[in-house]
Design a protein around this ligand. Sequence first.
Ligand code: AHR
Length: 514
Amino acid sequence: MNKHDSTATDPTLQKARLILDKDYVISRIDDRLYGSFIEQLGRAVYGGIYDPGNPRSDKNGFRRDVIDMVKKLNVPLVRYPGGNFLSGFNWEDAIGPKENRPKRLDLAWFTTETNEFGMHEFFDWTREAGTSMMYAVNLGTRGLDEARNVVEYANHPGGTYWSDLRRKNGAEQPFGIKLWCLGNEMDGPWQIGQKTAYEYGRAANESAKVMKWVDPTIEVVACGSSAYDMPTFGSWEMEMLDLCYENVDYVSLHRYYQNKENDLPNFLAKSVDMDAFIKTVVSICDAIGGKKHSKKKLNLSFDEWNVWYHSNERDAELKSGSRWGRSLPLLEDVYNFEDALLIGGLLITLMRNADRVKIACLAQLVNVIAPIMTSVNGCWAQTIYWPYLHASTYGRGISLQPVIKSPEYSSTDFDDVPLVDASAVLADDESLTIFALNRSIKNPVELSLDLRSFGKVRLMEHIILHHDDIKAVNTETAPDTVVPSSKKVNTAETEKSVIELPALSWNVLRFSQK
Ligand code: AHR
């Protein structure tokens, strides 16, 4: 491919080609790829999804305006209650009559947790928001005894201490939680109760085993290393998976991206890093499976991913000034247009790895590094809301492998980065959606589509997310600064389409085969 400088100022049209065939199947996308995450942290719960007394809240204290926005995203599952918070959390503190629930110091975020919102409240909220709960058990300060108890509390029908306590607390029917995380980021020195790979592997194995004895229908996620660039990455996965491989169903990956250097070509290339991270973890899983002569294939749960760095300095100040406060505005990144572009690129990467990544959680959902922000007066969509909405809406079905021939560029950390990146999803109603990112800073790209076995298709809609100012943001007073535009095209049926992707744009191309 011809080499290109993504920052080139000559606005000439570049050309790229995308070849797609119905037989180039990667995998059916697991709907859980479009999951999210809510941690008991900052204003995610208190002042986010739960705001008793606010005129926008219902009798349960749930913000109805937030629920409406979450419903639009069609979030299949939400990981809860942490995150780092999890590793010091006693799940029993947050059940039963609210007036009896203890207030505790949260040593993860140096705040005070009142426990007025817990498992029952979150379960009720998931029902209202049309989603489901991915629940995490604390393997930091606690262990397999609490882990087996909470499964019994949540999922056992009745007739035992914990299940009857749930019924007494108002939930006659079990919550039926199917997916459970075994701790959080246990190799991180910041974690309450950090563990070695050996300590964690043993704890995860025994917890998974007894949790499944309580309810054999559940699936569990083992903690991978907390980031690709952790010194423990790789050896952590190998050692701990060697100890728990047969009892766990998924291994987790976490990754947050930054543009501290203000290096746009390099920032937009960071989905290349996510792809390498996924492929490396897949290799490790398969190596351990091979070593064990196992028939089992371990899949991946990318249960924290996002951009996160805008709020870091302010958070440090906040934490030192308001230690032990409650409902503090922590991790409230204000996302700009370039962040939305990278989020699009990361979603493309997740779709193209759908054969092994079965679960992914955009971290997080409301106020805390989130697509949805609230104030007492309402809520609004950050820039990153839009690619997430598009992927969750149109990215369900079969992920097809596109062959992309695009000009490429090199950035500070990456070589051979394609200007155009894309994924393609064939939905059950036979409609086809191509998601395409144009990383070129100045050049529109003319994308020729060769759709081969599809025969004639009709381009129905071209959704574009673009803003001339790469740093543009959405705020409470200007919530529609960065919003997608939609061209209803309804072209004649054609076997070949040529579509122009504006410079720096996220594109959703929706085709009908009828
Ligand atoms: O999502 C914010 C934090 O990032 C989570 O609590 C933790 O798991 C990760 O380090």
